[in-house]
Design a protein around this ligand. Sequence first.
Ligand code: GLN
Length: 489
Amino acid sequence: MSLVKWTLKELQDRFTRGDVSATEIVRAYFLRISVVESKVKAYITVNEKESLLSAARTLDETMGTWRKTMPMMAMPIAIKDNICTEGLPTTCGSRMLRGFIPPYDATAVEALRAHQCFFIGKTNLDEFGMGSSTEHSAFGPSRNPWKLTCVPGGSSGGSAAAVAADECVAALGTDTGGSIRQPAACCGVVGLKPTYGRVSRYGLIAFASSLDQIGPITKDVMDAALMLNVIAGHDPRDSTSANGPVPDFTRGLKKKDVKKLKIGVPAEFFGEGVDQEVHDAVCHAIAVLEELGGTVQEVSLPHTGVAVATYYLVATAEASSNLARYDGVKYGFRAKESHDLLEMYRATRQEGFGPEVKRRIMLGTYALSSGYYDAYYAKAQAVRTLIRQDFERAFEDVDVLVTPVTPTTAFQLGEKIEDPLQMYLSDLFTLSASLAGLPAISLPCGFSREGLPIGVQLMGRPFEEEVILRAARAYELATTWRQKRPRIR
Ligand code: GLN
């Protein structure tokens, strides 16, 4: 088997044993990229082969006792292009930041770099993370490796496609309302959104600061835990990062059962709008968890129906404020030939932002404007509290909640691009956990008749990533979905 098929854990083990060299790893991945990237288009920037090869050679030559102490060493990792990487362009999928080369690393990137992994490239995304298909990227959409005429999901569609297509061993994505979980489900890989505050947001270019969170997109659950181990933790540079203990997330993953685990099934996530195939696959996953020793009970999250409206008020309000900084003065794109300052601002934002970003800035500005603030933004904040309280109540009785990730499998390119509301509904099942700040994981649980992956979502209590990881791992070991790989053609 070609080494690009291995999971992070498998590759790491073989590298640690000396079965493969860093140079071989880098070569194999560049070969893979040269074969499939023109079809998948997962990357906005692929790093320079020669510079990674020379770093790999240095690693191989100096390899000593530290082989065992650096779990990410020599691993080819892809980074979503809204996370700052020193010396590598970071565009946010926007004309506004085309050519921007950050002078610093995001904290999560710094942590990976300290392990001497290889940043193989920066992955495509919907502009500033706004979208569910990568079609809102200024650099064109990525494709779903399972079916090239379908979207890979979004906004971290490039990261999910890169992992599914073996163009990296694992990737970082970001999730504001589902952008790790939804593309992971569409591409048949694992995506983990950590608890809000678990991973530093320093160096993540802001979309909606009270929701944004960095997390891993990987080939299996074990890899997600391994990566979370590296990126989690307190960071004084992010005032919202949590100052609690960080466990070893791989601990407990060996257990093959979920005895004593109380599983909640929220009825609101299984109603109208869910494809039959998705519905059946997720119900089957719940039955498997029950066979593994879990006890299943129905719970209710009564405010689920207003999550979409709430999210699109809170997220757009925050986005309108965060994106005010792109004025053509400090960095990034500046429109040419303006006669005065105001005209320069206007032209820069007119030419620099795409239509979805403009739509959100307008919505958010409206929701925050005096006269409408109380009716929209303040109301949305109040409903957000109700959504969080729904979860608090449910988690008094159960340990995890199991739901679909998306109402349908990956849709066709172009299918929803003209209809923002339809696009927003792709996030129906992922938004609630974001609004409540909870950890949630998406993992494969089946395929449609068409051969497209289906995902199941497990949500947990704040800072209980260990619980959802353990349940997800037990499920993964009891099933064979992850062994199925896309044939790219
Ligand atoms: N698809 C959702 C949106 O368009 C979520 C995006 C995200 O999580 N970054 O806002």
